[in-house]
Design a protein around this ligand. Sequence first.
Ligand SMILES: [Zn+2]
Length: 355
Amino acid sequence: MVDDEIAEAPGGRNGIVRLAKITGVAVGISLGFWHTTVIARGFHHHYEDARKRVIDVGVESGVAAWLHEVVAAVESLAMEVERHADIVTVGMAVPAKVNPRNHRLVHRPPWANGEDDLALRVRESLRTAIMKTQGPQAWCPRVVMDSDTNLGALAERTYRHQQQETLVYVMSSTHVDAGVIIGDLLIRGRRGAVANIGHHAIRADGLLCWCGRKGCLERYIGAEAVLEDVRRARGVTRRETLRSLVDVVGGANRNDPVCIGALRHAATLLGEGLAVVRDILDPNVIILAGDLAEGRELVLKHCREALERSAAPAEEGEGHELDVVWSTLPDAPAQGALLLGIRGPALDAEFSPSE
Ligand SMILES: [Zn+2]
């Protein structure tokens, strides 16, 4: 019986060991600012066979709003995957750094509205919903949470870049952040704030950021900053004119010079920010994701050029150039979240890319 189950000790070494099921349904949630992606599959199904639902609520809608919608989506997707099967694990990717030791948000971003234990909120809401339909003896899933960048990195490493030793996954959208995997280990740092590039100061005494610092990269290339640049260049102030980075990318694709200039500027600053990561970690590959990465060739070109400008002259015959690519794995943070749910945060050291 034990062969088919995972031993789990919630109270640490001295805690009571209970056996978690590994049959049933595994769920991955990626909470965005305006949209949320939920995927679900059986434990032994292929990752590409996961069922998916995208719902039009995100962290900007407030915890109560997204919690209700997300729990409903999880329940209905699980039914689609396997009727009457238990939801066993739920992994959640959030657009913020997460302390791996207590599963709480590291910096309290404005959208969290003071709440930092979102995994617990999801777990309690799911438990209530499941008990309502299945009774008090129903199985209660394990819910774990990490940053969307860590989980994007985990999924890219598992499904796309198994041979790369050091991988950096960069999200550049409403928030700007990076996740790092070296060898088989997801690197989190002392309190979960590793590779916090969005809040690295690129301008001394620059614009004030929500995190309390000045001159943060996110303050210049986050979606709101890029949209502000375009509106200012066009002399418009109405928010309705441009809603998201996707509109700016669309404008650039239609050869709109203002949109091209804004993307080029953001990509160059991103490259300058990534130069710090490059110099410290010497990664094999940097993977760009998020709405800014939708600018693909244009963004990649200027990001790479900025990185090259700050690089040491290549040694003759070295031949190992840093790869900067965009993510080609659909829903990478949600896929990584589903994996984290199955493996559990404590199992990272056992992570093998061959799995
Ligand atoms: Zn900041």
